[in-house]
Design a protein around this ligand. Structure first.
Ligand SMILES: Nc1nc2c(c(=O)[nH]1)N[C@H]1C(S)=C(S)[C@@H](COP(=O)(O)O)O[C@H]1N2
Ligand SMILES: [Mo]
Length: 180
């Protein structure tokens, strides 16, 4: 043992073996916290007709929470059939499609509750569609339309977006997009 380690050991009082064991326990605790995936964390998988992938084996572009939050945030203030007039915030669907180099004309949306709906890419330009993670500044919970909710400016286009046909575009619990 070097003079230095002996000095450290005398100072801390505990034998080296005990200190090593305590260190190991802390390291394991930190590792187990980090290894658990947070079910409420944002994520989105995009596949289909895309020009860029970050998961080449699955020909997919996978957005994790940090990547979704890094996209410019846009807001739409509107009522929906299920929510009073509120401000919804998240990236533009257009920016998501741009990031993955989307080449298709349709986007098939898949959800955690296995609802599927297809919208035309032209909706992006016409309505500035937002993939919202926030409602009035708070994260959308899975039980409350989260983690991602497709929002159209319904109040600004009542003739086109209010009513049953418009409602089907408001897809919640989004987990994946397939560009067609
Ligand atoms: N995730 C998810 N979003 C969804 C649905 C759904 O079942 N799951 N239904 C869609 C359809 S077809 C319509 S008309 C509206 C209506 O939903 P509700 O009548 O079940 O409230 O939500 C749309 N968004
Ligand atoms: Mo519907």
């Amino acid at each position: 043992m070097t003079n230095l380690t002996a000095a450290v050991q005398r100072r801390s009082g505990a034998p080296a073996g005990v200190r090593w064991a305590i260190g190991l326990i802390f390291a394991l605790a930190a590792w187990s916290v980090a290894a658990q995936t947070d079910p409420t964390a944002l994520s989105l998988d995009v596949t289909g007709k895309i020009g860029k992938t970050n998961d080449a084996a699955h020909r997919a572009y996978h957005f994790d929470e940090a990547q979704l939050l890094a996209l410019p945030a846009h807001s739409i203030t509107t009522a929906t059939t299920w929510t009073p007039r509120s401000t919804f915030t998240g990236p533009l669907l257009a920016d998501i499609l741009k990031t993955v180099g989307a080449r298709g004309t349709q986007v098939e949306i898949h959800t955690l509750d296995d609802y599927t709906y297809t919208i035309p890419v032209t909706d992006c330009d016409r309505y500035g569609v937002v993939v919202a993670y926030n409602m009035n500044g708070r994260r959308l919970k899975i039980t409350d339309f989260g983690p991602l909710f497709l929002i159209y400016p319904r109040d600004a286009f009542p003739d086109e977006l209010a009513g049953a046909s418009g409602d089907s575009k408001f897809v919640w619990q989004i987990k994946a997009l397939i560009v067609k």
